[in-house]
Design a protein around this ligand. Sequence first.
Ligand code: ZN
Length: 197
Amino acid sequence: MQTQNSLARMAARNIGASKFLSPLGCKHGHGNVRYVTDNRCVICSHNRGITKENLLRMKKWREQNRERHRELCRSWSKRNYDSTAKARDYLLRKEEIKESQAAYRLTTQNLILHCAREAARRAQKGKATPPWADIAAIKAVYAQAKELEKLDGVKRHVDHIVPLKGRNVCGLHVLCNLRIITASDNLRKSARFEGLV
Ligand SMILES: [Zn+2]
C-alpha cells in the first residue's frame, strides 16, 4: 500500500498536479485526496487551519488591515474572474430553472383543477338535460356563439341563465335557459347568481 501511495504521488508530481488520489484512505474518514508536497490528507490539512484561535487571529488582522484586505480580495477575484463568473452564472441559471419549474408545477396543477371542474360541469349538464330537451336547438345556440365569435373576434360563452348548479337553485340545460354572452360578462356574472332567488 505504501509503495502504491508513493507511486501515485510521484505520478501526480510528474504531471505537475498539487493533489493526488491515494490508495490509502484518511484515518479520520476524509476519503483519499492528499497533497503531493507533504502527503497529507487535504481535509485534515484544511481543518488544522480552522481553529478558533486562527479564525480570531484572521479576523483581528482583517480589522487592522482593512485596505490591504480589500486589495487582496480584489486581486483574488481578478485572478479568479473566470471561475467566479462561472459560479455566478451557475447560481443564476439554477435560480432560473427553479423558477421555471415552479411555474410549470403551477400550470399543471391548474390544468388538473381545470379538467376536474370541466368534468363536473359535463356531468352536471348531463343530469340537467331533461328527456324533452331539444338537443339540436341547443347545439345550434353553441354554433351561433362560435359564428358570432368569428364575426367580431369577441369571445362568447353560452350561458345558463339559471345556473346548472347554483347554491339555491339548479337550472336546466334546455333552450329557454340559454343565452349567448361575452366571455367577460360571463366571468363577471359567474358567482353573483348564487344567493339570488
Ligand atoms: Zn483527513
